[in-house]
Structure formats: C-alpha cells, structure tokens
Design a protein around this ligand. Structure first.
Ligand SMILES: *Cc1c(COP(=O)(O)O)cnc(C)c1O
Length: 389
C-alpha cells in the first residue's frame, strides 16, 4: 500500500489493523455465493463452508504449533479471554476442585482483569500482580503468589500499550510447578512473534483477528488436549465447537482469520525486520528534535511495531489535537474515551503527570517510510505548538 495523499497517517496498529487486501479477497465469496451454513453437513454448500472453516482452523493452529482440534473459534479475544478464565473457574467449581485463587497481572487488557475480578462474586480469589518498571512480570513475584493453591495464571504475551513481551515459557513453568493452568492473552502476539504452545507451556491462548490484518469480530481460543484442559461453556445452544462455543460459525470472518494467519506465518520475519527499522527511524527522528523524550517499557523484550513515548513537556491530548492528520493514541482504545491516566503506565510507576504526556505509536505492515518521516515531522511540529507560550 503506498502513502495515500490527503488521508490521515495511521500509526495506531495496536488498536486495530487494516484488513489485508488478500484477506478481503478470501472472505468475499463467503458473503455472496458460498453462503452455506458450515454446520449443514448434509449438502454440498454446507460442506463447502465447513471445509473453509477447517482450512482456517488448521492455519490458525499451524501458527502456534497446535492441533486444529485444539482451536475453538470465537468472536474475538474478549470472548476467548472470558471463556478461558470463567470457563476454567466454573468447571473447577462444578467438579469440586478446591483451588480458588486466580492470578493475573496489573497491565492486562480490561477484559482479562474484569473476567478475573468478576469471579470474586462466584467464590474465587482474584490476585492482581504488579509489574517491574520495565513492564515485565518478575518470576519471583509469580512464584510467591502461588504458595496458595491456584487454579489459573493468566499473563498476556504482548502488552497492547507498551509492547513488552513476557517470558511465557518461564512463567508457565512456575505455574505448572504449582499445579495451576496457564492462560495467555496473545491478541498482540499472535502472528507478530513466534509462539509455540508446547515449547512455551501454554494451556489456553486467546487470539484476535483484527490485530493481525484480519477482520474485526472474529478470534480463537486454543484449548490444550493433552493433558486436557476442561472448561464450562458460557453459552447454551447447539453445542458447536466441542460444546464450548454454541452458535453458527461466521464463515467469512473465519476464512479471513485463516488467511491472515497464513500470511503472518509466511511473512512474520520479513514484516518484523521492516517494521523494526521503521520504528528506529521514527524514534531517532523525533528524539533528534525533541530532547528529553523517554521510551516506556523494556527496550529489549518488545515487539517491533510499538513505541510508547513520554514527552518532556506538553499534554498528549493537546499534541494530538495539534496533529489532526496523525492517528496515534494515548492508551488502549477502550479506555482512551475517558481522560483518565492509563492504568498500564501507572503500573509501571509513571506519575499521572508523566502518563498525561505519553503517546502510543503503533507501526504496521502497511506503514511506509514516507509516512514515518511525515508522521515524525507532524509530531515534532505538534509538540512545538502544544508547548510554546
Ligand atoms: C485487542 C485486544 C483484546 C480484545 O480483542 P477483541 O478481538 O477486540 O475482542 C484483548 N487483549 C488484548 C491484549 C488486545 O490487544
């Protein structure tokens, strides 16, 4: 995709990504002539849709080293996180498993934090762990939390605001030693960094379509088969998806997620190298003109496409208003309507004042070098406008 004149420059790829044109092409026939119900196995059109769903399921599984039968298709990572966390808890409760503690991290997405907190009303004990100033969970802190019998540990693969990558293999080993299940919200990691459910000891993994150049409204949950992870479903219905997610599958969206996963698997390394170079170029250009810029989150353990930067002065909202052609954000899309400081940045120890001077930059597959240079210059000018006088 070339730079689009007179259009905003989009640097908010952690909020959502553009649908890849190749994904759209795969989806379109399933909105039109190939409209069969994938559960209508009795006739040719149903089987055609079913076959596409199974192709997509295999492509999703291949990207994380899973068996296709371990992939449950959902409406997105929010739903997957709810099924994983509440489903594991409710199954345990119904089967007299005495473990009641559920452990997660302060920087998780709201849908994980709220799922864990909601379980307090059902007799569970939510434990929200702090992170270090670099945004990573200290393994010793997790270990200490697991001295009380724990049902589930949920730690995200990649943070949506600061882009840091948690050491899932080390953390899952600690969870398993304590007899707990290990779930990861991989909405920002799937298709961006190598993930392998066996090597990383993951029992449950949540996936979203629209963070990897697929459509919105579709996602998946990986559920380990050996040893089998048992969940109680959230929906009652026809028992689709091994009884875990009733409802007619969204064939067009699932086909799109499958294609997005196929492309990510083929192009992940190439995308990562190109995007990392663009990120470094952007950071250098801004830092050369605005002295005293600080970057938040580990600079070592992070995805290539994210920068979280704090200006030495000037309010981030005012800077954004001064650059209306630039799409960046002050935090996660869910909480940025409120002008409250980001809870993720506060968990890193940033003051309200520093958090209010912070912007998230999300670079993606379709960002061009020309857009990077123009965006950096727009931001520099906006910072100047917002801070002069
Ligand atoms: C976007 C996102 C979600 C929510 O995914 P949806 O598919 O939009 O429901 C959950 N967790 C993280 C880390 C995200 O970035």
């Amino acid at each position: 995709m070339t730079a689009r004149p007179n259009r905003p420059i989009y640097l908010d790829n952690q909020a959502t990504t553009a649908c890849d044109p190749r994904v759209l092409a795969v989806m379109l026939p399933f909105f039109t002539e190939r409209f069969g119900n994938p559960h209508s196995a009795e006739h040719a059109m149903g089987r055609d849709a079913e076959q596409e769903v199974e192709t997509a399921r295999a492509r999703i599984a291949a990207l994380i080293g899973a068996d296709p039968r371990e992939i449950i298709l959902t409406s997105g990572a929010t739903e997957s996180n709810n099924i994983a966390i509440k489903g594991a808890a409710r199954f345990a409760l119904r089967h007299d498993n005495p473990r009641r503690r559920i452990v997660t991290v302060a920087t998780e997405h709201k849908c994980v934090l709220e799922s864990v907190n909601d379980l307090a009303a059902e007799g569970f004990e939510p434990v929200i762990l702090p992170v270090r100033t670099d945004g990573l969970l200290d393994p010793a802190v997790l270990e200490a939390a697991l001295t009380v019998p724990t049902l589930l540990v949920s730690v995200m693969a990649v943070n949506n605001e600061i882009g840091v990558v948690q050491d899932l293999a080390a953390l899952s080993a600690i969870a398993h030693t304590a007899g707990a299940l290990f779930h990861t919200d991989a909405a920002q990691g799937f298709g961006k960094i190598p993930l392998d459910v066996a090597a990383q000891g993951i029992d449950l993994m949540s996936i979203s379509g629209h963070k990897i150049y697929g459509p919105k409204g579709v996602g998946a949950l990986y559920v380990r088969r050996r040893p089998r992870v048992r969940l109680a479903p959230l929906f009652s219905g026809g028992g689709q998806e091994r009884g875990l997610r009733s409802g007619t599958l969204a064939t067009p969206l699932i086909a799109g997620l499958g294609e997005a996963a196929r492309i990510a698997r083929a192009e992940m390394a190439e995308d990562a190298a190109r995007i990392a170079a663009l990120r470094d170029r952007f950071a250098a250009r801004v830092a050369a003109s605005v002295s005293g810029i600080a970057f938040n989150g580990s600079l070592r353990a992070r995805i290539p496409g994210n920068l979280n930067l704090t200006f030495p002065e000037g309010d981030a909202q005012a800077i954004m208003r001064a650059a209306p052609e630039l799409c960046v954000s002050t935090g996660s899309a869910c909480s940025s309507a409120e002008v409250e400081p980001s809870y993720v940045l506060k968990a890193l120890g940033l003051s309200d004042d520093r958090a209010a001077r912070t912007l998230r930059i999300g670079i993606g597959r379709f960002t061009s070098p020309a857009e990077i240079d123009a965006a950096a210059d727009m931001l520099i000018a906006a910072h100047h406008t917002a801070t002069k006088g």
